[in-house]
Write a new protein. Structure first.
Length: 417
């Protein structure tokens, strides 16, 4: 009998794996605790699945399915998520000062962000449990992923967005996939409280990262990075921090990979927050003794969160990996975004916090320039086109349909180079 179960991170009480709950009776966060039997061999099995033609094996989440959620193949709702690019770009190595930099671009997922990894797991469980109405609070990426995967599963989705604070691209995705959208007159944290209350009342199935199955999907980012590196762990993994689902998931993935013998050392985690949305950074400075919520404001809308619900799991991840938490200004985020965009890779503003933070860590000596570092970009460049146009003062040049006018323009271009 499989002994995989839900476990409270605070009091260690356990519950059946498919019991419909989001928190322990003590109100602690839940996580999936896996039976370890046979998981040491999963590393080689996952490598073999890379050459499989089965869609379930090609998924960067479900190729590790025995250590995500043990299910039958026909139960899984997948859209080929994962399998994202692993890039080495000289210009970004020079810009950050990190000679051993690689970039994992989660913006290459089906709906353009890392959220697809968590959503394939959460929606799969929702369908297994027989729930009909799925809900989330979102700054845009979660709502896009939920609406897409709910549509694929034949389920209904309702999303709660902070009114006027979601990019047009993310809003268009959410509406286009067919979700019912409610614009809350408040911020993300207000929307999150509404969803939590509705879930507790049994009105909706919540798929925010409080849902332990979201964490199970997102942790495969780490395992795919390790697979990309032939199971030689890097020195550091750097990621943006908002609601801290990824920090929590990454810590869990690292602990499991080390415990199961997949890697010989644990990479250190660095979580980077925007200075205008930095409660986790402030808590890090006081040794994680407390977390004070704040009114968040930053151009990086995907991490514009003032009361991160995953604080307990995320602080444990930083402590257990000897990690650090940093903060960067909006100006630093936009400068980093310009460098990433000009490299040909591109990303949304929240993703750029990763490289802005890494550059800062290199300059301060926390990270050595010779160390191997994987920076995770979380969202696609087209997620927030307004940020590109407004922040970089970009515009097109109007030119007459005349060879002389066109030649003059080309001459000016050559002169700039």
């Amino acid at each position: 009998m499989n002994q995989t179960r839900l476990s409270c991170v605070s009091c260690a009480r356990t519950y059946p794996l498919f019991e419909l709950r989001y928190e322990c009776d003590c109100l602690g966060l839940l996580e999936v605790l896996h039976e370890e039997k046979g998981l040491a061999e999963l590393k080689s099995k996952a490598d073999l699945r890379l050459v499989s033609r089965e869609p379930i094996d090609r998924s960067g989440v479900w190729r590790f399915r025995e250590a995500v959620v043990p299910l039958e193949k026909h139960e899984i709702v997948t859209q080929g998520e994962g399998g994202t690019g692993f890039h080495q770009i000289d210009s970004l190595r020079a810009w950050t000062g990190c000679q051993g930099l690689s970039i994992k671009h989660e913006g290459e997922n089906p709906t353009g962000s890392f959220k697809d990894r968590g959503m394939t797991a959460a929606v799969t469980i929702a369908k297994k449990l027989g729930v009909k109405l799925l809900a989330c609070a979102s700054t845009g990426n979660t709502s896009s992923a939920l609406s897409s995967y709910a549509a694929r599963a034949g389920l209904q989705a309702v999303v709660f967005l902070p009114s006027g604070k979601v990019s047009l691209g993310k809003m268009a995705q959410t509406l286009g996939y067919g979700a019912h959208v409610l614009a809350v007159k408040g911020d993300f944290d207000d929307a999150m409280q509404i969803v939590r209350d509705l879930a507790r009342a049994g009105d909706v199935y919540m798929v925010n990262s409080l849902n332990p199955f979201r964490i199970e999907g997102q942790k495969t980012i780490i395992w795919e990075i390790l697979q990309d590196m032939n199971w030689v762990a890097p020195d550091w993994i750097v990621v943006p921090g908002g609601n801290l689902g990824n920090t929590s998931a990454f810590g869990k993935a690292i602990e499991e990979a080390f415990a199961w013998g997949w890697i010989k050392k644990k990479p250190r985690l660095a979580t980077i927050q925007a200075a205008g949305a930095n409660p986790f950074y402030k808590s890090y400075l006081n040794g994680f003794q407390s977390l004070e919520s704040m009114q968040a404001e930053t151009i990086a809308t995907a991490i514009r969160i003032g009361n991160p619900v995953n604080f307990t799991r995320a602080s444990r991840a930083i402590i257990n990996t000897r990690g650090v938490v940093g903060e960067v200004t909006d100006a630093e985020i936009l400068t980093a975004k310009g460098a990433i965009d000009r490299s040909g890779l591109g990303c949304e503003p929240a993703s750029a916090a990763t490289l802005a933070g890494l550059r800062q860590l290199i300059q301060s000596g926390v990270v050595k320039s010779s160390e191997t570092v994987v920076a995770v970009l979380t969202g696609h460049m087209l997620k927030d086109t307004d940020a590109i146009l407004k922040s970089q003062n970009l515009e097109t040049e109007e030119v007459a349909a005349d060879p002389k006018a066109i030649q003059l323009s080309l001459d000016r271009l050559r002169a700039r180079n």
